[in-house]
Design a protein around this ligand. Structure first.
Ligand SMILES: *[C@@H]1O[C@H](CO)[C@@H](O)[C@H](O)[C@H]1NC(C)=O
Ligand SMILES: *[C@@H]1O[C@H](CO)[C@@H](O)[C@H](O)[C@H]1NC(C)=O
Length: 489
């Protein structure tokens, strides 16, 4: 039987199917097994089959630089289970802290009057955008403090803007001479320091990277040539992106700034094939869908579609909604006002809706140039964490249920995990009887409210649904409560 393990036919098929590289791999595995088998003196079919399976799984993991192949890659499992992430927009734009992170563009690209006025009123003539960089000092930046906060928020991943459209890199990129956080500003490797702190917490670490740079002369020249030349991707973007990946081994690449040029200009499929086949993060890395004009909502890993994407029916493909607590800006604004911010119930309502629709929720904060996360954002994030501590069972690693939402006296959103169904009530019920229509109960149905210990009384409704006697409910600032339904269909 040992012989059949190495039967000619098997090898022939493998040779026909495996690429060179995996033939080699298989040979190594089989030879290793052979030695072991010979030692044992009897055939071990399991080992043999395992080596074949290993070979086949590796074989299917060879991605080619085209969308059919790139899009066929299964999304690493951690991402869907994580559900909640924190987005951090931090860069030189945090220094003017006015309007939004698009400050430079609004001021000198669009020449928008409020920005032009802001500069002429508050800065000397001749002051350039680059002059803001020395004020990006991060003097209070304590990456471990940030990581503590992000962990306490209940998020499972963190995505930092390692380079926004301004082109300033938050690490010592060798391709961004004098326009990076090590040569100027903080004189620190912000990307690396935050990454180390995040990973100590066992959270996943992602990098946001803008492909285009508003005012990069190489980019502008390629653009003038109708993107028929590739000086910018060749000399800047691609080497820099490889550098970023090899250096920081991100679990997620949040690509952006792609929309002016086709994916062939950015060499996106070539990059992604390398990322998925040969990079140090090939098995864990997750990417989004911003890889060239027309790609979003169509190609890549999970879909972001538009910023703050808010679908009305459940999307067919894994997706993520990015949303900023400051509804006017992703970056820090000194002119932020309380009424511009989402309050905690609004954040939780949004999160619950997104998860019921199968999405992930990436909630953004903009730190100050000093490296502080504004206290009001800290308060929102710890509030979110408090809610998730009680209700996380209805969020993490859940799947959409057969019904996503219904309106009772309040709106209810459904999620499910294993055989449990979770009905999340958004808003505070004013009566102690609460009715839901979609679940079909059985004799063995048990209803509890997450955060309260004893099962609740309920009555079945015909033809479906139930009416639940709510307990005296705790009153969390998140203003959403979860009914856990066991034994329903
Ligand atoms: C972009 O991809 C093409 C092949 O499609 C390749 O010839 C070229 O070298 C790539 N450029 C870079 C900078 O990787
Ligand atoms: C519930 O009510 C809201 C607000 O009136 C409405 O937009 C939504 O479509 C309703 N949902 C369902 C499932 O009927």
């Amino acid at each position: 039987m040992i012989k059949s393990c190495y039967h000619k036919e098997v090898f022939k098929t493998l040779r026909m199917n495996c690429s060179h590289r995996f033939q080699r791999l298989h040979t190594v595995v089989c030879l290793r097994n052979k030695t072991a088998l010979e030692k044992m003196g009897s055939c071990n079919w399991i080992l043999c089959v395992m080596s074949l399976l290993l070979c086949m799984s590796q074989m299917t993991a060879m991605y080619t630089p085209d969308w059919d192949s790139i899009d066929s890659r299964p999304l690493p499992k951690w991402y869907d289970e994580a559900k909640v992430g924190i987005f951090v927009h931090w860069g030189v734009f945090s220094v003017p802290g006015f309007g939004s992170e698009w400050f430079w563009w609004n001021w000198q690209g669009a020449k928008s009057p409020p920005y032009v006025d802001f500069m002429s009123k508050n800065y000397p003539p001749g002051f350039t955008y680059a002059d803001f960089a020395p004020e990006f000092r991060a003097i209070f930046f304590d990456p471990n403090e940030w990581a503590d906060l992000f962990e306490a928020s209940g998020a499972k991943y963190v995505v930092l803007t390692t380079k926004h459209h301004e082109g300033f890199t938050n690490w010592g990129s060798p391709f961004s001479w004098n326009w990076n956080s090590v040569d100027t500003g903080p004189h620190r490797d912000l990307t690396g320091e935050l990454g180390d702190a995040i990973r100590k917490k066992s959270l996943h670490y992602g990098v946001y990277n803008s492909l285009f740079e508003w005012f990069n002369p190489m980019y502008l020249s390629d653009k003038k040539n109708g993107f028929k030349t590739q000086e910018f991707p060749r000399n800047k973007i691609l080497p820099e992106l490889y550098n970023l990946v090899v250096r920081y081994k991100p679990d997620l690449i949040w690509s952006d700034g792609d929309w002016e040029a086709p994916d062939t200009y950015w060499n996106s499929t070539e990059f992604l094939a390398w990322l998925y086949n040969d990079s140090p993060v090939k098995d864990v890395v997750v990417t989004n869908d911003r890889w060239g004009a027309g790609c979003y909502c169509k190609h890549g890993g999970y879909y972001n579609c538009a910023d703050k994407f808010t679908p009305e029916t459940i999307p067919k493909h894994k997706w993520e909604k990015c949303q900023s607590i400051d509804m006017q800006s992703w970056g820090y604004r000194r002119n932020m006002k309380l009424q511009d911010l989402m309050d905690l119930p609004a954040i939780i309502k949004d999160l619950v809706y997104v998860v019921a629709f199968g999405g992930n929720y990436l909630l953004n904060v903009g730190p100050t140039p000093d490296g502080m996360i504004p206290v009001v954002f800290q308060e929102r994030l710890t509030g979110l964490g408090g809610w998730l501590k009680v209700n996380g069972e209805a969020i993490y690693a859940t799947k959409p249920w057969r019904v996503q939402t219904e309106n009772s006296t309040l709106t209810v959103w459904y999620t499910s995990k294993d055989s449990n169904v979770y009905a999340i009530i958004v808003g505070k019920p004013t009566e102690n009887l609460f009715q839901i229509s979609a679940p079909v109960t059985t004799k063995s149905t048990v209803v509890t409210m997450l955060g309260t210990p004893t099962p609740l009384q309920w009555n079945a409704l015909q033809p479906a649904g139930l009416i639940v006697l709510l307990p005296k409910i705790p009153d969390p600032p998140g203003q959403a409560w979860t009914l856990k339904l066991e034994g329903v269909s």
